[in-house]
Design a protein around this ligand. Structure first.
Ligand SMILES: Nc1ncnc2c1ncn2[C@@H]1O[C@H](COP(=O)(O)OP(=O)(O)OP(=O)(O)O)[C@@H](O)[C@H]1O
Ligand SMILES: [Mg+2]
Length: 288
């Protein structure tokens, strides 16, 4: 497809929430030795549609442009060419219709848990009493009742992440954008948070775009997994995850293992089709 800028809203169905059309992002970087400016293409012709209420997960090697793409959907960065639409409206900047949980813990250290969760509600001028009711509901939802008056430095990593999720959900965004939100917590807490996020997603019907380096996390959470390649960042493939929900205990299943291998192969750059995997497995089974 051409690298054209197209002002017309792309054809979309009522089930489409976010549509990214021909996204290119080029940075100009200064060479240390020659001081010359050279162009560095981070994203190339990225076309992606996220459906309403979908849980979409993006995986890809470090530096392939995952955060750059998410920042653009958040409206915090602009593409060099191409457009991103939400509900058929061009995204031109950040807004409260999109909640963001970025890498690391970007909580306000001077605010208590309750005050962190109420932040977006204050911006929206929600009255104090209503603010308190809403923040309590989301603090309960992420199982942090009893910790309302604590400050971020008094919380564990997993608890901080839950505050960040509650804060993003409290002002009722339609879309939740999450960039490696669980990367800094231990494996057990991570699984607990994944389960909680799925529970919240099923309850609140948000559209979620979630970036991770973990193949298992991607399969466990996603309706679809977008696999990216780097230099320049492109979409290599999109894998439909048709595992039944709820997914407790699903990690041990054969189907999960096949998806894990398929995505792993894609990330290694040596695509093997599901049929081939099946054949390989049959051969293997016959051999043993
Ligand atoms: N302001 C900038 N100027 C120049 N290059 C940049 C800038 N911001 C990001 N990049 C480059 O863009 C590429 C994509 O960065 P990005 O943070 O989107 O990657 P990522 O896929 O999120 O990686 P990771 O998995 O490590 O978080 C990287 O090569 C990075 O060096
Ligand atoms: Mg990143």
């Amino acid at each position: 497809m051409a690298d054209s800028t197209n002002d017309a809203v792309p054809a979309s169905s009522e089930y489409d929430k976010i549509i990214a059309v021909n996204i290119n992002r080029i940075y100009k970087v200064r060479q240390h030795d020659t001081e010359e400016l050279t162009e560095f293409q981070v994203l190339k012709n990225v076309n992606l549609t996220v459906k309403k209420e979908e849980f979409l997960v993006i995986v890809g090697p470090s530096g392939c442009g995952k955060s750059t793409f998410l920042d653009m959907v958040a409206g915090l960065a602009q593409p060099t060419s191409g457009e991103i639409y939400m509900d058929k409206k061009l995204i031109t900047g950040p807004a409260l219709d999109r909640g963001i949980v970025l890498q690391g813990y970007a909580l306000f250290p001077w605010r208590s848990v309750r005050k962190n969760v109420e932040f977006g509600l204050e911006i929206k001028n929600v009255p104090k009493k209503e603010r308190a009711e809403i923040s309590q509901r989301f603090i309960d939802l992420v199982n942090l009742n009893g910790f309302e008056d604590r400050y971020p430095h008094e919380l564990s990593g997993g608890m901080k992440q839950r505050v960040a999720i509650a804060r993003a959900l409290a002002y009722d965004p339609e879309v939740l954008l999450m960039d490696e939100p669980f990367a800094a917590v231990d494996a057990q807490t991570r699984e607990v948070l994944q389960g909680e996020l799925l529970r919240i997603w099923e309850k609140t019907k948000k559209t979620i775009v979630f970036v991770t380096h973990s193949i298992d996390e991607a399969i466990f959470l996603a309706d679809r997994v977008v696999v990216m390649a780097s230099n320049p960042g492109t979409i290599k493939d999109i894998i439909q995850i048709e595992l039944p929900r709820p997914r407790d205990g699903i990690r041990a299943s054969t189907e999960f293992g096949k998806l894990r291998q398929e995505i792993w192969q894609l990330l290694q750059g040596q695509h093997i089709s599901t049929e081939e995997l099946q054949t390989n497995e049959n051969l293997h089974n016959e051999a043993v």
